[in-house]
Design a protein around this ligand. Sequence first.
Ligand SMILES: [Zn+2]
Length: 307
Amino acid sequence: MANDGKVKQHIPKELRYSMRDFNSEFPNDAACLEYVKEQRWPDGMAQCAKCRKETKHHRVGNRTAYACQSCGTHIYPLAGTIFQKSSTSLKTWFYAMYLMGSTRCGISAKQVQRETGVTYKTAWRMFRNIRSLLSEGDLQLEGPTVEVDEMYYGGKRKGVSGRPMRGDKKKVPVVGIVQRNGLAIAKHVSRVTARKLTGLIRKHVTLGSTVYTDEYAAYNTLSMGKRFVHRRIKHSAGIYVQGDIHTNSVEGLWSLIKRGIGGVYHHVDAAYLQSYLDEYCFRYNRRHKGNQQFRSILERASRSVAA
Ligand SMILES: [Zn+2]
């Protein structure tokens, strides 16, 4: 079934999570610290490195440490997390993650600066760190119907859009793979070649799936070896939807990303582009899950990245 290219979002009432819910669950730094501790050591139970006992640990005064009930040796829930070396309050971090998980279009460092009083630089760094948690890595799209397309970010040429011409180096190619009514992946690539496209598709798409693309020549080898059923839409003939043959889902993802980056972040340096793509895909992949977006970010942030 064709859709209109818009990314639809339906969030059942029980999955909604308002600012009020946030403030009542995380009223202060202590509540946030407790949350991180519980993620790593439920009920404060941890094996002590010194006395080797599996025992309860209790918060040490105002510090971010918890002490072994038996011998007093400390454990540190923030060790190895993105919060570890930060002087910004945990509540501000949690709020930034809440915003990141609540928006559809992205959230600017300016807004966090305005609302929390941290400097712009601090807000920007917080978001960079949060974004670094959002990669979906080896995500598998389980088919049976996926759409693949490329888009070119930045470096607009006058009056011309689409694939860059020779010497048009400023445009940065991104490959998108979207399962219809399902998950999405977007990857920044150095060049769009047949090898690169096929490699990405083989990595993320289940064998035997039907893959819809446009007529770009780099897709020519896709059906070789009969790994995938390949269907192409003839954009050059002015045809955009022909029954099931369309790339509306991946175009919906592009418009979300372009509107978001253009409207909120204005410009994204190529070096950081992947982390922004990850941010949009992370939310897209949880678009029907309401507060699960925020929960997923929290869970990832509570894990030690250094371990
Ligand atoms: Zn101990």
